[in-house]
Ligand binder design. Structure first.
Ligand SMILES: Nc1nc2c(ncn2[C@@H]2O[C@H](COP(=O)(O)OP(=O)(O)OP(=O)(O)O)[C@@H](O)[C@H]2O)c(=O)[nH]1
Length: 639
């Protein structure tokens, strides 16, 4: 710690050295002008003349027996030197002239301010066995602190502190600036502290005996260790979860938690103590930088957790806009003065969290259940941070809750967020299981439907196939079997009737002079005659179980089982009579038909081939034609 001994006898209570005032004033006179210089001189003169009465009006803090710690907010007086040009001599003089005021409402937080603040306190140690005391400024971020300790003999000792002085220079290597005070028992000493800082002007001062301070250290280390232990445990736990699950939400949670831990590490003075003990630049820039990083992590975490990209695209865009803003502010914080960057970042914390709460409420209203715990977590964080921020701006008083608002709020928030992540994972897993089940059921239902459809299709296909087969066996005009099918069936008939003791008769029928019908009445009339002839042939043949087919053109064939040739002749004759019986009606026409029939009957045991039988029947048909048509001839009679 820098400790310098000044001899400012001109201001001492025992005034013999008052003569030195003009000599000292020469230097100051160069910096003072007109009325201000005059006022200053008058103040100093008044201090010299009236120092004892003036000092007597200012309450002296007496460090009584048995007391080991004294918060100074109630007793210390301050003066805001807006131009930051006053010297310690002028400040002492002003204090002695009652120019210092008590802290407003006993609150040592003034918010972001320019200029310098002076604090003055006469103190008298009444404890003989405690000559050594420690003055602690329980706020880590002040830039420059200058302590002037004036002995009754007028000697002034100077010590410097704050984060613009290397950390190693501190009396005790502790995160809060602290000063050694040698307070001989029974002597009235004067403390004069000058604070100048771009950070929030917070000067919570306290006096401790070394023993009491050791206890404060122990308690602070415990509570801070507990807090950072929670943060570290959450970091490790969620890091493992992220490595295992590869869920982006865990990654952004890690970034947010890590960066936020860094914010508090810095705010509490540990950054200066452990990470950049000699860098005044980092001591200033680290706060807005880490705040921006934490806010970026916070927004990206909320975006991923709430699944804004798919569930609320407008909110997603706002989120990305907020991220872009903090990225730019982070870059700007590397060259913007601390006094500009930090208030913007501090205010933006509230805005950033407020936005997350809005997004969470929107998602909650849309029925997204994991948003519930998320909302609670951020509300706690917002309350803690709001308390701390309002303290920084001098709106709220300094107490345990406002001073540790961020730690308390954020510890609860980090714990709840971790819990919310777990719950979200569980609810996503449930949702996945439900989706898989629904998909399976849908698939099963679909499979059953498809199978049913397939069966129906197969049945229809079968039917179509049967129909197709039937069509392929039928003559398209008359509907009787065609020649190809007849050959197959006839061969089968010959085979199956073997040993039955009956004969097979084959009747070949040819409509007489059909060309003339076509020529006289037209082809459609000829078709009608073919259809009607086929119907009449089938009508008669069906009574005997005969197989009828169109053999080609105006030719038909009938195969049937019969007792003998006579039996076959009777069937043929019946057909012939049926053909000529009534004229065929076609439109207004009545067309008379006649048919010539050739018959061949075979004994199934003889094993005649179908071709042979057809050929012989055909010969009989020729005979019928030759015999004048419209008659029946049997192969036996033609042989
Ligand atoms: N309308 C129609 N006529 C057919 C069809 N198939 C064959 N014909 C006709 O049947 C006639 C057969 O004539 P021909 O072989 O000379 O015998 P025909 O006139 O019946 O004389 P004969 O057999 O000697 O009594 C031809 O004019 C063919 O065009 C058909 O599907 N529809």
């Amino acid at each position: 710690m820098r400790r310098r001994r000044l001899c400012i006898r001109g201001l001492c209570a025992a005034s013999p050295a008052c003569t030195r005032i003009p000599a000292m004033g020469t230097g100051y006179a160069l910096r003072m002008h007109g009325a201000r210089r005059l006022a200053s001189w008058l103040l100093m003169l008044a201090a010299c003349l009236c120092v004892l009465p003036a000092a007597a009006t200012e309450p002296t803090l007496r460090l009584g027996a048995g007391e080991s710690s004294f918060p100074l907010a109630g007793t210390v007086r301050y003066w805001h030197d807006t131009s930051a040009t006053a010297t310690p001599e002028q400040a002492f003089a002003r204090a002695h002239a009652d120019g210092f005021a008590p802290l407003p409402g006993g609150n040592p937080a003034f918010g972001f301010q320019t200029g310098a603040y002076w604090f003055h306190l006469p103190v008298e140690n009444l404890q003989r066995d405690e000559p050594l005391w420690i003055l602690v400024q329980e706020y880590a971020l002040s830039d420059k602190l200058d302590l002037y300790l004036r002995n009754p003999d007028g000697h002034v000792e100077h010590s410097a502190g704050g984060d613009h002085v290397p950390f190693a220079d501190r009396f005790i290597r502790y995160r809060h600036p602290n000063f050694r005070l040698d307070l001989p028992a029974g002597q009235r000493m004067e403390l004069l502290l000058r604070v100048q800082s771009e950070s929030s002007m917070q000067v919570p001062l306290a006096l401790y005996t070394p023993k009491a301070f050791a206890e404060v250290l122990r308690d602070a280390q415990f509570s801070n260790g507990l807090y950072y232990g929670i943060v570290l445990a959450l970091l490790c736990y969620n890091l493992v979860l992220w490595l295992m699950l590869r869920d982006a939400s865990y990654f952004w949670y890690l970034l947010h938690t890590g960066a936020f831990g860094l914010v508090l590490f810095t705010l509490n003075g540990y950054g200066f103590e452990y990470l950049w003990p000699t860098s005044a630049w980092l001591a200033d820039a680290s706060i807005p930088l880490s705040i921006c990083l934490a806010l970026i992590g916070m927004q990206l975490f909320a975006r991923s957790f709430l699944d804004l990209r798919t569930r609320w695209p407008v909110g997603d865009k706002v989120c990305l806009g907020v991220v872009a803003f903090f990225a730019m502010l982070g870059v700007a914080a590397t060259w913007l003065p601390y006094s500009i960057a930090t208030p913007i970042a501090s205010r933006a914390v509230l805005l950033g969290v407020a936005w997350i709460i809005i997004a969470t409420v929107v998602m909650l209203r849309r029925g997204y259940q994991p948003a519930r715990l998320f909302l609670l977590a951020w509300s706690l964080f917002l309350s803690g941070t709001a308390a701390f921020t309002l303290l920084a701006f001098g709106v709220l008083p300094q107490n345990f809750w406002t001073q540790n608002g961020v730690q308390i709020g954020s510890a609860l928030e980090l714990l709840l967020l971790s819990l919310a992540l777990g719950k979200r994972y569980a609810s996503l897993r449930e949702e996945n299981i439900r989706i898989v089940q629904e998909t399976n059921e849908k698939l099963e239902r679909g499979l059953i439907d498809r199978t049913r459809e397939l069966r129906t299709t197969m049945a229809k296909l079968g039917e179509a196939n049967v129909k197709l087969q039937e069509y392929s066996r039928r003559d398209p005009l008359t509907g009787t079997y065609n020649r190809r099918h007849f050959r197959e069936e006839f061969a089968q008939m010959l085979e199956s009737r073997k040993g039955s003791g009956r004969q097979i008769a084959l009747l070949l029928l040819d409509l007489d002079l059909f060309k003339r019908i076509n020529d006289s009445h037209g082809h459609p009339a000829g078709d009608s005659c073919l259809v009607e002839a086929a119907r009449r042939i089938e009508e008669v043949a069906a009574q005997r179980g005969g197989l009828v087919a169109r053999f080609g053109g105006e030719e038909f064939v009938v195969a049937l089982s019969c007792r003998d040739a006579q039996d076959a002749l009777q069937v043929a004759e019946a057909i012939r009579l049926r053909i000529q019986q009534d004229p065929v009606r076609h439109e207004a026409l009545a067309i008379r038909l006649s048919v010539s029939i050739g018959i061949h009957t075979v004994d199934t045991e003889r094993g005649s081939s179908a071709e042979e039988i057809i050929r012989i029947a055909d010969e009989a048909l020729y005979r019928a034609k030759d015999d004048g048509r419209n008659c029946v001839r049997h192969s036996l009679t033609t042989a």
